[in-house]
Write a protein that binds this ligand. Sequence first.
Ligand code: NAD
Length: 480
Amino acid sequence: MGSVGPQFNVFEGFYNTINGKLTSTEQTRHGINPATGKPNPEVPVSTQKDVDDAVAAAKEAFKSWSQTPWEKRKEAVLAFADGLEKYENDFGKLLTQEQGKPLQFAIGEAKTGVHWMRALSRLELKEEIVEENDAKQVIVRYTPLGVTVGIVPWNFPIHLACGKIAPSVLTGNPIIIKPSPFTPYCDLKLGELAQQYFPPGVVQVLSGDDNLGPWLTAHPGPDKISFTGSTFTGKKVMESASKTLKRVTLELGGKDPAIVTKNVDIPTVAQKVATFAFLNSGQICLAVKRIYVHESIHDEFLKAMVEFTKNLKVGDGTEEGVFLGPIQNKMQYEKVKTFFSDIEKEKQTVAVGGTNPDKPGYFITPTIIDKPADSSRIATEEPFGPIVPLMTWSDEADVVARANNTKMGLGASVWGNDLEEATRIARQLQAGSVWVNSHLELQPDAPFGGHKESGIGFEWGLGGLRSFCNAQSLYIKKTP
Ligand code: NAD
C-alpha cells in the first residue's frame, strides 16, 4: 500500500488503484523491455476479488460522480491533463522501456494523451430540445451509463487509455482501465496520478494476466466495455458482454490501403507513404498496410520509397536517430516473422529489407514486397509489423474494388494533386477514416471507428461522448 501525492514517481512502485488506494497483489509478474529482452519491474496480478472491489468502488463513486456538474468533471480532467503534462518526459521514458518505441515518439504519445484529454474536455453534451410549443416540450438528454471498463492494447498504452478515461469520466461514468499485460507500466502510473484529481473509484487501473479481461467483460457490474485491440479478441469481448447486455465499443484491426494516383510529387509522397507504413514499427491499427501505386509511376515511386526506407534506423528506442524500435513482444515478433518466411515460399520480390538482424531484442528491418499476388497473406492479412506490400493499378473502378475487398475497414488514403480525382476515389472507400494526401492524422473532435470487422461504434467527437451515455427522450406535456 502507498499513498499518492508529491512523492509521485513514474519509475518506482507499480500498483493497482482501487477505491483511491494503491494496492498490491500476492502474486506479481513483469513485462520485458523489447529492445534488450531484460525484465521490467514487477506489477500486480489482479484477482477476481480485486475486480469485485474495483467494480464495487466504481458503483459507489457513480452515485456522486454522475451527479457532479459537467463543469466540475471537466475541471478534474483538465487538471489531470496538466498533471500528465508535468511528467510527460518521464512517462515517455517509461513508455520506451516497456513498449520499445523511440523516445521522441514516446514523449509525443504522452503529449497526445494530454492533447486528447484537453480537446475532449472542450466538447459538451447538451440537452437538445427537439420540439417546443404551447402544449409540450420534448427534450433529448444524455445520461451516464454507470461503470465502464477500458481495455487497452500494447501499441499506444498512454494515448488510448487517455482517449477512454476522458470521455468516460466527462460523461459521469467511473472507469476501470485494463492495460495489456505486455505494457502495464504507464497505465498503472496514469491510474496512480489520477488519484490526485478524481474522487476514489472514479479512475481505477488493474493489471493482471490473461484472466483479467474475461473477468471484467463477464462481471455483472460494469455497464459498458470500451475495447481497443484485435478483431479476434473483439469478437470474444462482444460475446462475453452480450450475456449481460453491456454496451460495447470495439476499435479493432485494420488493413488500410493507400492509393497513389499518377499525379503526385513522387519523392514527397513516397516518403510520406513509407513513414505511415513504418511508424511505430508498423504496429498501428491505422498504419498503411497495402500500397496501390498507379502503374505508370511504379518504378520511380518504388525507387523513391526504397531510397527513403533503407536509411531508416532500426534500434533501441533510447538511441539517437532511431525511427523503428523493436516489435513490442515475442509473440508479435514471431508472427511478423511468418510474413518473412512467406517471401521464399511464395517467391515474392523484396524491394528493400527482407532479412532481419541477428541480435537480442525483437528487431525487424522495414521491408517492401513488390507486386505480391492480391491473394497473398501479405496483401490480405494484418502483419502489425514493418513489412508492407506495394501493388499497381491502372483502372479506377478496379483499384477501388481491390481496396474495398477486405473484411477490414478502419482507414484508407488517396494521394494526388488532382483533388477532384483523389476525393472522388476517397468517397468510394469503405473505411471509418479516409484521408486525401495524408494518413493516420486523427483529431479528438472527429469520430474514430471502423467499418465492417474493424469495429462496432466509434470513439471521440461528440458522438463518442454519446456512446458513454443512454439517450433519454423526456416528453413534457404542459397540462395533464
Ligand atoms: P489484443 O486483442 O491481443 O489485446 C487487446 C487487449 O485485450 C489487451 O489488453 C488484452 O489483454 C485484452 N484481452 C485479451 N483477451 C481478452 C479477452 N478474452 N477478454 C477481454 N480482454 C482481452 O490486441 P493487441 O495485440 O494488444 O493489439 C493489436 C491489435 O489491436 C491489432 O489488431 C490492431 O490493429 C488493433 N488496434 C486497434 C486500434 C483501433 O483503434 N482500432 C488501435 C490499436 C490497436
